[in-house]
Design a protein around this ligand. Structure first.
Ligand SMILES: Nc1ncnc2c1ncn2[C@@H]1O[C@H](COP(=O)(O)OP(=O)(O)OP(=O)(O)O)[C@@H](O)[C@H]1O
Ligand SMILES: [Mg+2]
Length: 336
């Protein structure tokens, strides 16, 4: 097998996001001008003379003019609403903007970035769930677009919002997954029990409906499911989010063990800087779809030297220094 597990050359993904159009807003100024001119609904003005009194032609004429204006406004408003429904405006969102990197076989490669910076999109591109708009991505030499089935045989993914049959138990879900992946069912059951035990998942819990288990326990089942097929490239999208410190440690230890025992390559996204520091051989920091740094945690920290308090920089300091926007977002009072 090749020594390069993943090659990503200029990968780019643009989403078209429907923009909320509010035709009322465009017309509201004119509408309120017309209303302020003396006819809130435009109803009366459409029927000159209904006020009963002797109104001069000027008054009635003015009312009729307002009525006609409001009628036009209503027409435009209706048309504008219909157009917005039929042809919603969309704006491009460049989630991944020409990212280039490669990952060696057996490496644990971390991707850190603020919310919405493109981590999950990049993972989805690698896992063939999304098609890139530009660039090339190869998993052990197989192109994710042209050879997606070959790629799918080599990978598995754990996402932070893993989907399960919640009425079924962990074991039932794992057996189902084993059938889906065409893994020998007996072997799969043995492997599943082994992995769950290793992840600190009590055996008694393995037969309870998943909906009765905590989110952290369910997350462990997601990790176990991804490992059933012994993937050579494991894509972990925030695998430990929501886990307590002990469970986090159990999952992290297991990831290290799997890499060492099965020569598995791991791409890991996380918001936990200590986790990245502990697990990753190299780390990329992504911001607004672009890699703003890529190095070993040690080099990244050494590059910054000391933090604002004069202490040796942590990976968190590096992250904040490189993605100032994230710092402002998480501490709005420090923003501009
Ligand atoms: N299916 C989609 N349709 C439209 N826009 C999307 C879609 N998925 C992601 N985006 C947009 O792409 C950008 C990157 O999103 P992504 O989910 O990759 O970020 P992330 O780094 O994983 O964030 P988080 O840390 O919150 O998980 C965001 O602006 C997001 O709104
Ligand atoms: Mg994400």
């Amino acid at each position: 097998m090749e020594d390069t597990a993943l090659e990503c050359i200029g990968a780019r993904k643009v989403f078209r996001v429907k923009k909320e159009t509010r035709p009322e807003t465009h017309l509201s100024t004119e509408w309120s001008v017309a209303s302020a001119a003396g006819d809130p609904g435009g109803q009366d003005a459409a029927q000159p003379g209904t006020h009963g009194g002797k109104q001069g032609p000027g008054v009635n004429g003015h009312g009729a003019a307002i009525g006609a204006t409001n009628g036009r406004h209503r027409g435009r408003l209706a048309l504008s609403r219909a157009m917005a429904t039929l042809f919603p405006r969309s704006v491009p969102v460049e989630a991944v903007s020409g990212v280039t990197f490669s990952v060696k076989r057996g490496e644990i490669f971390g991707i850190l970035g603020p919310n919405g910076s493109g981590k999950s999109t990049l993972i989805r591109l690698i896992s063939t769930l999304l098609l890139p708009d530009d660039g090339e991505i190869r998993v052990f030499g197989h192109d994710v677009v042209r050879e997606r089935f070959a790629v799918r045989r080599l990978i598995n993914r754990v996402s932070v919002e893993a989907a399960f049959f919640k009425k079924l138990s962990a074991m039932e879900n794992l057996s189902y997954a084993a059938r889906l992946y065409d893994v020998d069912i007996r072997q799969a059951r043995r492997t599943a029990i082994e992995i769950l035990k290793r992840l600190g998942f009590g055996e008694n819990k393995a037969y309870e409906p998943l909906e009765d288990l905590s989110r952290g326990m369910q997350q462990k089942v997601a990790v176990a499911r991804a490992l059933l097929t012994s993937p050579v490239l494991l894509l972990l999208d925030e695998p430990t989010t929501g886990l307590d410190p002990v469970s986090k440690r159990e999952v992290q230890d297991y990831v290290l063990e799997v890499r060492d025992s099965h020569d598995t390559t791991v791409i890991l996204t996380t918001h936990d800087m200590q986790e990245a520091d502990r697990l990753c051989d190299r780390v990329a920091i992504i911001d607004q779809g672009r890699f703003v740094a890529l190095d070993t945690p040690m080099h990244l920290k050494a590059g910054l030297g000391r933090n604002g308090d004069g202490e040796a920089a942590t990976l968190e300091d590096v992250f904040f220094a490189l993605t100032g926007k994230a710092l402002k977002e998480s501490h709005p009072e420090e923003g501009d």
